[in-house]
Write a protein of this length. Structure first.
Length: 329
């Protein structure tokens, strides 16, 4: 696991980590993301397994060693495990991860592990079944929790819970969420709600600053851990009485972007230099055959010059991103 590798940008940052979306489709209806459910946009199909594998091979050749499969809900793709298997076998890929709402995990965690996935983030915004249902549109907290147990049993090296901080929904649950990981080898990740083009009103009502978490953790005797290589912008905290750790991703915090270490490719094959940029760089024409890999790498490297120093979320700018499912959250 290492920093200092992968494509570089004009500000000296290196990008060893790719978040690779395999579909925009999601079966959940989270209020801050797809409150009315997934609606198709445009007529381009999502990348095929061969196209996805070529993207991964090109980035691996540029020094990327960590890839996260995401979406939408990545596990709705029938070929999800095949995609994982193909990417895990690529030279240079040391860590293959995915982010999921967990609904497929109780039955398929072992199959995903056997395909080469080693790290999983499961999204759980509330431990209260009724709130979970109201936030996501699905009464499936039990499946997500069973899915976490299935991942631990299968041998996943890293199991994390993603919890978006939501004023009015889970701000009263911070203690319960922190206590939930006390006896488990799990890292709980609090994520500040990000404003996107489509969630402006939801954001105004429910955004909760990450300082609520840091104040809570410090008052309970948690201490901040030193940043580990490849960790990106998350701050990690530990407590001697807790097996689990707690992380915070606070995109509105000062200097958040200075530790940015990730690039994104959307499910339709566009390179996004920032979650909140003004659109992507289309790679699709270079994904049609194995002999274009060098051209693809040249295009990726040329695009790196356009990566900006910051996401400018502070200026109320959320770029062209309608919701995170459209790029891969
Ligand atoms: N469907 C998968 C899942 O539920 O984890 C993967 C895709 S989802 C877009 C990835 C993560 O982004 C989830 O943890 C989700 O809660 C988070 N997310 C989505 N929209 C967000 C927003 N506006 N602000 C912060 N986090 C967001």
């Amino acid at each position: 696991m290492k920093d200092g590798v992968g494509p570089a940008d004009a500000f000296g940052r290196r990008f060893p980590y790719l978040r690779l979306s395999v579909t925009d489709v999601c079966n959940f209806r989270c209020g801050y993301c797809l409150p009315d459910g997934y609606k198709p946009s445009g007529c381009d199909p999502f990348m095929s397994m061969d196209e996805i594998t070529r993207v991964a091979r090109a980035f691996a050749g540029l020094g990327v060693w960590k890839i996260r499969l995401t979406g939408g809900e990545p596990t709705v793709r029938p070929d999800f495990a095949d995609i994982a298997r193909a990417i895990a076998a690529l030279p240079g890929i040391e860590r293959l991860a995915f982010t999921t709402n967990g609904y497929r995990l109780p039955d398929r965690a072992r199959e995903f592990f056997d395909a080469g996935l080693r790290a999983v983030n499961v999204s759980i915004d509330s431990l209260d079944p009724a709130k979970f249902r109201d936030i996501t549109g699905h009464d499936r907290l039990g499946e997500a929790l069973d899915g976490i147990d299935a991942c631990l049993d299968a041998g996943f090296e890293s199991v994390k819970i993603n919890t978006v901080l939501l004023k009015g929904w889970n701000d009263t649950e911070l203690d319960a969420l922190i206590d939930f990981v006390a006896d488990k080898d799990i890292s709980l990740r609090f994520i500040e709600l990000m404003r996107t083009r489509d969630n402006v009103d939801y954001f105004k009502t429910h955004h909760l600053s990450g300082t609520a978490v840091t104040e809570k953790l410090l008052s309970r005797g948690w201490r901040e851990l030193p940043r580990v290589p490849g960790a990106g912008p998350a701050r990690e905290f530990a407590h001697e009485d807790s097996r689990g750790t707690v992380g915070l991703i606070a995109p509105y915090a000062k200097d958040f972007c200075s530790t940015c270490n990730r690039l994104r490719v959307s499910a339709k094959g566009a390179l996004h230099l920032c979650l909140f940029g003004e659109g992507g760089y289309d790679l699709r024409d270079l994904l049609q055959s194995d002999d274009r890999i060098e051209d693809l790498q040249d295009k990726i490297m040329a695009s790196m010059n356009f990566k900006k120093s910051s996401h400018f979320l502070h200026d109320d700018n959320s770029g062209a991103t309608p919701h995170l499912a459209s790029i891969g959250g």
